[in-house]
Design a protein around this ligand. Sequence first.
Ligand code: RTP
Ligand code: MG
Length: 140
Amino acid sequence: MALERTFSIIKPDATERNLTGAVNAKIEEAGLRIVAQKRIQMTRGQAETFYAVHKERPFFGELVDFMISAPVVVQVLEGENAITKYRDVMGATNPEQAAEGTIRKAFAKSIGENSVHGSDAAETAAMEIAQFFSGNEIVG
Ligand code: RTP
Ligand code: MG
């Protein structure tokens, strides 16, 4: 299979606890390559756009408030089957259901403050990457 790219966010609960390197170690151990990365303070507008698919959900306001509560690290990850592979490495949304060895099992605090985001499909990966990175910032 050809190389694929996915979009990742190391969320505020993880950056606040200085876990950026620990999360990146799990990403790299899984065979994914970090081909773009920057630490940013998301604006409310950026967070609302990013999670627009969830805007009717009861947790939307809480989710946006959380995503702007501290800096995040946005990333592009590259590898074979990167989208599915990263979802596997992340573990289930709710850390209580996340498998042993996954990022969320190791680090997530709750279903809301769950340490990482990863794209769920090729189309969303392309959209999410384009929201935060220009082409010349990604070096594969
Ligand atoms: P993500 O989009 O962040 O990678 O997470 P996901 O696919 O595993 O989960 P999704 O259903 O897309 O939910 C997006 C994020 O919203 C927060 N959430 N809070 N309080 C709640 O019940 C609740 N449910 C979801 C989480 O931060 C989740 O990652
Ligand atoms: Mg999702």
